[in-house]
Design a protein around this ligand. Structure first.
Ligand code: PLP
Ligand code: TYF
Length: 397
């Protein structure tokens, strides 16, 4: 049977990790996959997560199934973190949150939901976007297309072109935007620009879908949610996909959520009945452990405060590496103005390096980054920055 099966192409991001691991060079540098690393190149288990694990294991009484949308307490904690405890969406009960296996699981639930319930809707993605976005929605059978987003001439947001395109979208379509820390560009709209985007989509009857995978990695937990909250005006409908892989360091536990915000609480129940149907055929109900950790942390004031400090430490380290990188690129004589690296938000930087330069960095210097020139800034450290910048100078010369 299997002799007719063709090998799948190597995943452009995950394939890099395999190539990096196989490289015998002791000075190799991994700037590929979007996983946080500390100054020693370690992806740590956060101390708040260690404490939450202890509590969850001690309190656990059963391994019986969770409800299809997961624990309601987890859903409530997720909504408070995204929206703020006093938000109208929470008071009116028109938002409904399901615990999903990671942000990827949330996106796939959205894909199947759109295909089954809004089959005419096309989903518009930013150009560029996370490489897995088009693949996830193609797997669900959802048609996708793209809107302008990144302007390589200014290393900034192509805001006018984006807004002009959004103004042409037909009612009933959907747009997938990154709530903060856009992957791969690191460029987010300002609050004023978010307001205009939200208003434009509302006027046109286009459904906003927000992918929110990096809350707290940009400026702060509250600041990073500001754009998303612009879409949550009274009565407005939207979908939010959350991931807690990065901000809780829970990558392999697969903790995410999908939140459908409907016009009112009655609509919410109808929509959730369809979300439940989607989940039932995808994975039936979610894996409990990781969400229990997030819920335990968010529901305990002291643990939540500790976690916020640990998150701030990750964010501060990345921002420090942005500053160091800009300084060292200049010191090593790399031509051009790289100050834009300091303005980008989140884990990634779109370096502007060409495909050829990225390839030479890999072949000649054992430095690994995505072909688009995307750098995981968390992979930079005081120990490797000089070697990195000398190599970039060599391939840019
Ligand atoms: N969305 C974006 C933009 C991402 O960068 C990622 C992970 O890198 C995800 C979603 C999904 O994250 P996970 O499924 O690991 O929670
Ligand atoms: O680096 C990125 O953009 C992501 C990271 O199961 C990632 O692709 C890696 C594995 C995974 C989900 C996300």
């Amino acid at each position: 049977m299997f002799e007719t099966v063709q090998a799948a192409p190597v995943d452009p991001i995950l394939g890099l990790t395999d190539a990096y691991k196989a490289d015998p060079d002791p000075n190799k540098i991994n700037l590929g996959v979007g996983v946080y690393q500390d100054a020693n190149g370690v992806t740590p288990v956060l101390p708040s997560v260690v404490e939450a694990t202890r509590r969850v294991v001690a309190a656990e009484k059963t391994k019986s199934y969770l409800p299809i949308p997961g624990s309601p307490q987890y859903g409530a904690a997720v909504q408070r973190l995204m929206l703020g405890a006093e938000h109208e969406v929470i008071a009116s009960g028109r938002g409904s949150t399901s615990h999903t296996p990671g942000g990827t699981g949330a996106l796939r639930v959205v894909g199947d939901f759109l295909k089954q319930n809004l089959p005419a809707a096309k989903l518009w993605l930013t150009d560029p976007t996370w490489a897995n976005h088009p693949a996830i929605f193609a797997a669900a059978g959802v048609a996708t297309d793209s809107v302008p987003y990144f302007d390589s001439a200014t290393n900034g947001l192509a805001f006018d072109a984006l807004l002009a395109k959004l103004r042409t979208l037909p009612a009933g379509d959907a747009v997938l935007l990154h709530g903060c820390c856009h992957n791969p560009s690191g460029i987010d709209p300002t609050v004023e620009q978010w307001q205009q985007i939200a208003q434009t989509l509302a006027e046109r009857g286009v459904l906003p879908v927000l992918d929110f995978a990096y809350q707290g990695f940009g400026i702060g937990l509250e600041e990073d949610a500001q754009g998303l909250r612009e879409f949550c005006q009274t009565g407005a409908e939207l979908i939010i996909c959350s991931s807690f892989s990065k901000n809780f360091g829970l990558y392999r536990e697969r903790v995410g959520a999908v939140t459908f915000i409907a016009a009112d609480a009655d609509r919410r129940d109808v929509v959730q009945s369809q979300v439940n149907r989607v989940i039932r055929t995808l994975y039936s109900n979610p894996p409990a452990h990781g969400a229990a950790l997030v819920q335990t942390i968010l529901d305990d004031d002291a643990l939540a405060t500790q976690w916020q400090a640990e998150l701030a430490e990750m964010r501060t380290r990345i921002n420090g590496m942005r500053t160091l990188l800009v300084k060292k690129l200049a010191e090593h004589g790399v031509p051009g103005d790289y100050s834009f690296i300091e303005k980008q938000l989140g884990m990634f930087s779109f370096s502007g390096l060409t495909k050829q330069q990225v390839e030479r960095l890999k072949q000649e210097h054992s430095i690994y980054m995505v072909g688009s020139g995307r750098i995981n800034v968390a992979g930079v450290s005081a120990a490797n920055v000089d070697r990195l910048c000398a190599a970039i100078a060599a391939v840019c010369g």
